[in-house]
Design a protein around this ligand. Structure first.
Ligand code: GUN
Length: 282
């Protein structure tokens, strides 16, 4: 049986650590506040936003909720972000993505003060992170690093293949694994002979966005498999990018879906909210 990497347990540990930091800050008279903005009512986004607010409550972070109608203009959204940037009692600002088509996401992300960008999406934070300077790390890749570290998985000198090159997961994931001294390959939809590439991986990180695409034919015997995907299968059951039942027989460790990477994203967001207080005081 491979090691099942339990994101529920590890994310709870991290949230407990964040809770302790929040208590210490409160004792110093500092309250941590996250502003959460959702435009429209995409059902998946509503679930994610609800989970983020619940996590805030759990760790003792105050959350301010802005639920804006689908028809909100870009100007109105930018004006709200401007107001929140100026509020000294708001530490973090999160705009749930995707935004409706008439709003330019890049413009919105760039409008958030880099000191309050707890998602780590602002170009300043992306740049800082690329050259190893302090700033916010994007939550999902940072959460995966914590999963590996806290599960005792060695990364130094290992072959790591990341499938996917998105700004939110693939690209930052590759850089973080480089920072952990792995040898990193980024594969994507145009990669030739994908199976040949992924079969080299000691650590395979799948962020492809296609349900159950990664079968055992893509996985080296004994590899560690991290599944970033979340989908509904033909029976309306949650599943990942990895065909779990197939791959579980060949890997040495694997993250389940649900209960693997998903809960880590929110735990790392909570950690970034606390970090925002420290970064602001620099
Ligand atoms: N939509 C999907 N994932 C994320 C995330 O990590 N942050 C935000 N703001 N929106 C998302």
């Amino acid at each position: 049986m491979p090691q099942i990497i339990d994101g529920k347990i590890i994310s709870t540990q991290i949230k407990e650590e964040v809770r302790e930091k929040v208590v210490k800050l409160k004792a110093e008279g500092i309250e941590v506040t996250l502003a959460v903005i959702q435009v429209g009512n995409d059902p998946a986004s509503s679930v994610y936003v609800g989970n983020k607010k619940k996590a805030c409550e759990y760790v003792g972070i105050r959350s301010l909720s802005y639920e804006l109608p689908e028809t909100t203009s870009e100007e109105e959204l930018l004006a709200l972000i401007g107001e929140l940037n100026d509020k000294v009692d708001v530490n973090g600002i999160l705009v749930q993505l995707p935004l409706p088509g008439h709003i330019d996401e890049d413009k919105v992300i760039a409008a958030i003060s880099p000191q309050k960008d707890v998602d780590g999406f602002h170009p300043m934070n992306v740049g800082a992170f690329c050259i190893g300077q302090p700033g916010f790390l994007p939550c999902t890749p940072a959460g995966i690093i914590q999963l590996l570290k806290r599960s005792g998985i060695e990364t130094v000198g290992k072959e790591c293949v990341v499938i996917g090159r998105s700004n939110i997961v693939g690209k930052p994931m590759a850089l973080l694994m480089l920072g952990e001294n792995a040898t990193v390959t980024v594969a994507h939809s145009r990669t030739k002979d994908l199976q040949e590439v992924t079969k080299r991986a000691d650590i395979l990180i799948a962020a492809v966005g296609r349900p159950k695409m990664i079968t055992k034919e893509y996985v080296k015997d004994g590899a560690v498999v991290i599944d970033v995907g979340i989908h509904r299968d033909e029976n309306n059951k949650l599943c990942g990018d990895v065909d779990y039942d197939d791959v579980v027989a060949v890997c040495s460790a694997i993250t389940p879906v649900p209960g693997g990477v998903g809960p880590m994203t929110i735990a790392m967001l909570m950690n970034n909210c606390v970090e925002s207080v420290r970064l602001a005081s620099k």
